[in-house]
Design a binder for this molecule. Structure first.
Ligand code: ADP
Ligand code: MG
Length: 463
C-alpha cells in the first residue's frame, strides 16, 4: 500500500512526539529563544537512534512555531550543491526555495533549515560538505537543525560544531510509549489488535517507533504473521481459558454481586472487558428484548467509562463495571440460555480482526435490511436480527441470497455467522455472494435451488 502509516501518523506537533520529554523541552526552549532575536547557538544537533522521532520533532517544531522549513538530506549528493549554496551566499537572513535559491526576503517569517543525516556528509570523501555546514551555521540568520545518528562522526568531520550547536539526545523509546502510539493508530484505522500483540511488537522493535509502526501496518494488511512464540501462545491459551470461564460465569449470574465477582480476577482493562462483553451479548442472548436491554446496559457502562477517562476519576469504574457485568447479566428474563463455548474477541491466537464492533455491525446490517423489510431499524435490531443470527448460522444459502440482495459485506456476514470477517467461512460466503451477483445479470435458470419465492430464491419473508 502506498500510504505509509509512518507518514500518515507522523506527529504534527511537538506535543504529539511521544517519549523523550527532556529532548522535546530542550527543543522548545531553543525555539523560544529565537523570539528574542538570533540566539547564541543558532543550531541544534538532534542525535539518536533511528525511529525515535528526530525528523518528526523537527518538522513538528516548524509547524508549532509557524516557521517555514527547508529539509535537506546531507547524504544525498544532489543536496551538496544546495547546502553549499546556502552557505556560500553569505548570511542566511533571507528565505530560500527548497532548491537553495534565494527568494527576496519575506519579512519576519523564519525558516527552519533541517539537515538530515548530517553525519553522512555526501559520503566520506567530500570534506567540503562539512565546511558548508559549519559556514551555514556561522552565517545563518535562520534556525538550523542537524540530525545525526553518530555525533562523533559529525564532529570528526566538523569539530567546530561542538561550540556552534546545542546538543539534544533522543533515546530509544520504551515499549510503553510505543504501545500507546500503536494503540492510537489502530483505533484511528478502526482495527482491533489485541494488546498482547501490540506489546509484542513494541518489545521487538528495539525502541524504534518507525519499525513498530511498519510492523503494525504490515500485520494489519495481512503481509506478515505475528511472531508469538509457542510458550507465549500457551500462556495466552491458559489466560483465554480463564477469561472464558469468568465470562461464562458472569453472563450466567443471577445477582449483581455474583456478576461482579465473576469478573474480579479478569486481568484486563475495563475497556477491553467491555469489548469482550459486547462480543458476548449476541452469542449469549436469544431473546430479542433481552438482547436489546443487555446492549443498553452496556451503552450505559460505556458512558461511565467515558467519564472515567475524561475525569480521571477511577471511582466511576465501579459503576461502569456494575453496568457491564450485572446490568448485562440481569437483562436475561427469558430462557433458555445458549451454551457458549468460546467468546469471540479475540477468538484465536492471531488476535487481529478487522471487524467493526458488534453494535456497528448490527447497525450496518439493519440499515441494509430496512429498505427490504419496510421496518424501522430499531425494530429490525430488536426482533429480526436475533432471529436472523440464529437462522443464518445454519443456513448459508439464505445468507448468500440475503447478502446478494441487501449488499452485506464481510463484516456483516461475520457478525451474522459469529465468525471473524477474515475467516475462511466468511470469505467463502462472500465469494458465493459475488458469484450470485454475477449470475443475477444473466438469465440462468434458478430452479435448481430449493425454491420458495417467485424468483426461485428463498428470502427473508419465508421465515
Ligand atoms: N516519538 C515519537 N512519537 C510518535 N511517533 C513517532 C515517534 N518517533 C517516531 N515516530 C513514528 O515513526 C516515524 C519515523 O520517525 P522519525 O521522526 O522519522 O524518526 P527518526 O528521524 O528519529 O529516525 C514517524 O513518522 C512516526 O510515525
Ligand atoms: Mg529521520
Amino acid at each position: 500500500m502506498q500510504d505509509e502509516w509512518t507518514e500518515k501518523y507522523r506527529p504534527k506537533s511537538l506535543a504529539e512526539v511521544i517519549g523523550n520529554d527532556h529532548a522535546v523541552r530542550s527543543i522548545r526552549r531553543w525555539a523560544d529563544s529565537w523570539a528574542r532575536g538570533t540566539p547564541r547557538l543558532k543550531a541544534l544537533v538532534l542525535r539518536g537512534e533511528p525511529g525515535t522521532g528526530k525528523t518528526s520533532a523537527s518538522l513538528a517544531l516548524a509547524n508549532d512555531m509557524g516557521w517555514d522549513f527547508i529539509e535537506m538530506n546531507a547524504s544525498d549528493h544532489r543536496n551538496a550543491a544546495s547546502i553549499k549554496k546556502v552557505a556560500g551566499a553569505g548570511a542566511v537572513t533571507q528565505t530560500f526555495t527548497p532548491d537553495g535559491d534565494f527568494l527576496s526576503s519575506v519579512e519576519g517569517k523564519r525558516k527552519l533549515v533541517i539537515i538530515d543525516e548530517a553525519d553522512n556528509l555526501f559520503g566520506n570523501e567530500d570534506r567540503g560538505g562539512a565546511k558548508a555546514i559549519v559556514d551555514t551555521i556561522r552565517d545563518s540568520g535562520q534556525p538550523i537543525v542537524l540530525i545525526v545518528n553518530d555525533y562523533r562522526e559529525l564532529t570528526r568531520k566538523a569539530s567546530a560544531i561542538k561550540t556552534l550547536a546545542e546538543r539534544v539526545v533522543f533515546k530509544r523509546l520504551d515499549p510503553k510509549s510505543i504501545v500507546s502510539v500503536l494503540e492510537s493508530i489502530a483505533s484511528k484505522e478502526q482495527v482491533r489488535v489485541d494488546s498482547d500483540v501490540l506489546t509484542k511488537i513494541a518489545e521487538n522493535c528495539g525502541g524504534d517507533m518507525r519499525a513498530a509502526v511498519n510492523d503494525l501496518q504490515m500485520m494489519v494488511e495481512g503481509k506478515v504473521e505475528i511472531g508469538l512464540t509457542d510458550s507465549d501462545a500457551m500462556g495466552k491459551r491458559n489466560q483465554l481459558k480463564e477469561l472464558n470461564d469468568s465470562l461464562r460465569a458472569m453472563f450466567g449470574a443471577k445477582t449483581l454481586k455474583s456478576a461482579r465477582d465473576a469478573t474480579l480476577d479478569i486481568d484486563r482493562s475495563p475497556d477491553e472487558l467491555e469489548k469482550w462483553i459486547e462480543e458476548g451479548i449476541p452469542l449469549e442472548f436469544r431473546h430479542a428484548g433481552d438482547m436489546e436491554e443487555a446492549f443498553e446496559a452496556l451503552a450505559r457502562a460505556d458512558i461511565y467509562l467515558g467519564w472515567t477517562r475524561r475525569s480521571q476519576n477511577y471511582g466511576l469504574w465501579a459503576y461502569a463495571k456494575d453496568m457491564m457485568t450485572g446490568g448485562v447479566a440481569l437483562s436475561r428474563k427469558h430462557g433458555p440460555r445458549p451454551d457458549v463455548q468460546e467468546y469471540r474477541f479475540p477468538s484465536h491466537i492471531m488476535m487481529l480482526s478487522r471487524a467493526k464492533g458488534p453494535r456497528a455491525a448490527r447497525d450496518s446490517i439493519s440499515r441494509k435490511l430496512e429498505g427490504h423489510l419496510h421496518m424501522s431499524r430499531r425494530a429490525i435490531n430488536a426482533s429480526v436480527l436475533p432471529l436472523l443470527t440464529s437462522i443464518t448460522r445454519n443456513d448459508s444459502e439464505l445468507l448468500v441470497n440475503l447478502g446478494a440482495k441487501c449488499g452485506l459485506d464481510e463484516d456483516d456476514i461475520g457478525f451474522l455467522v459469529g465468525a471473524d470477517p477474515d475467516s475462511k467461512q466468511v470469505l467463502e460466503i462472500v465469494s458465493k455472494i459475488k458469484a450470485e451477483l454475477g449470475e443475477d445479470h444473466d438469465d440462468e435458470p434458478t430452479g435448481r435451488r430449493s425454491s420458495k419465492s417467485k424468483d426461485g430464491k428463498r428470502s427473508l419473508k419465508d421465515f
